[in-house]
Design a protein around this ligand. Structure first.
Ligand code: PLP
Length: 457
């Protein structure tokens, strides 16, 4: 990369002076950053200094097909030359958008009605919130507006999506959450179940807590429940056995919509195409992003069931125009990339591959870490996992957060050529590699993580 023509500052210095980095301790940015990545192939990345890393997090849980697939570059190039942009307002459209919407409807479980495109998981969840409110207004239920998410959930950072997110770091000093958004218990058996409680009993307990919250608020005020099939950024939390069955009984009883946030779980990560299929979730609305293009270009979608769509369509006759949409809704270049990405995902059966390699990764992680000093829990399913560190495994005592144990492990891992991620609550290190990862690279990731954990206190 050439230097800026007007001065001789390095890229690192330009970054330090000008880039406002997300999810970064702003005051410390100049002390430790930046690390500039320049190229990628498969599961490997290279930085400007020529150091190589295995990316065990697939970027931000999104590069499902791995780096460097030229099919996407070619599809994007073709679309850019043919028609770089056109919008989808007022029934205008483009070919790639129609193809992706049709394909998504056929891929998703249940009978889906329409696909509303956005550019990020956050804006897609904001759209879901607006759709829920719009839907209940059309149905003449202006009080039925509250949406229940879960503590430690991650649903994004825009105003409504950050409110759905159940992590204090997204709320503190931002005046969030907004009203009409509530949080129920995290279905994390390791931390939240009573001693001796079975997974099934804990699932029933979580459903009872949700039921009690809805009763307290008044069922005529609660509109929707949103959940990731496996909670990702909040800690990689796999629900206890029977959880979604119990939850869905409560939702049906109170006529509350189910929104499945498939932003991380969707497109193969759990060993099936969607997390809903793994856990028997029957969603009214589905949010997808990340894996739909494997992160090569931005695209997301808010999908509504056929049943909901019929209501939205019929009841909106009196309202007229649906007043929502982005300049870049259904961007043809993003949709062309999505088609090429889905060809790879389906053609190479990457969900099946994630099931196989994932089973190997889960076993290896457990064999390597369970019972070792400072290891609390190893958890996950398919190609998503977390290793949680605690001060005293026998007593389940967490480390003092001020020690930033997981953060220090993640920093050591980087120096050992492994990209993992310290999750914001507790001391967990996450794995969510590209679905194309080989067994040998899984072994390398586990070895490097073990070396990075050794001796950390
Ligand atoms: N939903 C889930 C489950 C996510 O994991 C994320 C991002 O990590 C989002 C929504 C927000 O997506 P984005 O960062 O594209 O806005």
């Amino acid at each position: 990369m050439t230097l800026h023509p007007t001065h001789n500052l390095s890229v690192e210095e330009l970054d330090r002076q000008s880039v406002f980095h997300p999810f970064t301790a702003l005051a410390q940015h100049n002390e430790s950053g930046p690390r500039i990545m320049v190229s990628g192939s498969g599961v490997r990345l290279k930085d400007r200094a020529g150091r190589e890393y295995i990316d065990a997090l697939a970027g931000l849980w999104c590069v499902n097909i791995g780096y460097g697939r030229t099919e996407i570059a070619e599809a994007v190039d073709r679309q850019l030359r043919e028609l770089p942009y056109y919008h989808s307002f007022a029934s205008m459209g483009t070919e790639p958008a129609a193809h992706v919407a049709d394909r998504l409807k056929r891929m998703l479980p249940g009978e889906m009605g329409r696909v509303f495109f956005g550019l990020s998981g956050s804006d897609a969840n904001d759209t879901q919130v607006k759709l829920v409110w719009y839907y209940n207004n059309l149905l003449g239920r202006p009080r039925k507006k509250k949406i229940i998410a879960r503590k430690r959930a991650y649903h994004g950072v825009t105003v409504a999506a950050a409110s759905l997110t159940g992590l204090p770091v997204l709320h503190n000093a931002f005046d969030l959450p907004i009203d009409r958004i509530l949080h129920t218990v995290t279905p994390h058996h390791y931390w939240n179940a009573e001693p001796g409680m079975s997974e099934e009993d804990f699932a029933r307990h979580c459903a009872a807590e949700l039921d009690a919250l809805i009763e307290r608020e008044g069922p005529d005020t609660v509109a929707a429940f949103i959940a990731e099939p496996v909670m990702g950024a909040g800690g990689v939390i796999v629900p206890p056995k029977g959880y979604f069955q119990e939850i869905q009984k409560v939702l049906k009883k109170h006529d509350v919509l189910m929104i499945a946030d498939e932003v991380i779980c969707g497109f193969g990560r759990l060993g099936r195409m969607f997390g809903c299929e793994v856990f028997g979730i029957e969603p009214d609305m589905v949010t997808v992003a990340k894996g739909i293009t494997s992160g090569y270009v931005p695209l997301s979608a808010s999908v509504v069931s056929e049943k909901m769509w019929q209501v939205l369509m019929e009841e909106s006759r009196t309202l007229g125009v649906f007043g929502h949409g982005y300049t870049y809704t259904a961007h043809p270049v993003s949709c062309a990339a999505a088609m090429a990405n889905l060809d790879i995902l389906e053609g190479e059966k990457l969900a099946d591959r994630a099931a196989e390699t994932g089973a190997y990764m889960q076993t290896l992680l457990r064999e390597t870490f369970e019972g070792q000093p400072a290891i609390g829990e190893v958890r996950g399913i398919g190609l998503i996992a977390a290793v949680e560190l605690v001060a005293d495994p026998a007593a389940r005592t967490p480390f003092d957060p001020a020690l930033k144990v997981a953060g220090r492990v993640a920093a050591r891992a980087l120096d050992n050529g492994l990209i993992t991620r310290a999750l914001p609550n507790g001391d967990s290190l996450a794995f969510s590699p590209p679905l194309v990862i080989s067994r040998a690279d899984v072994e390398a990731c586990v070895e490097r993580l073990a070396a990075s954990i050794a001796g950390v206190r």
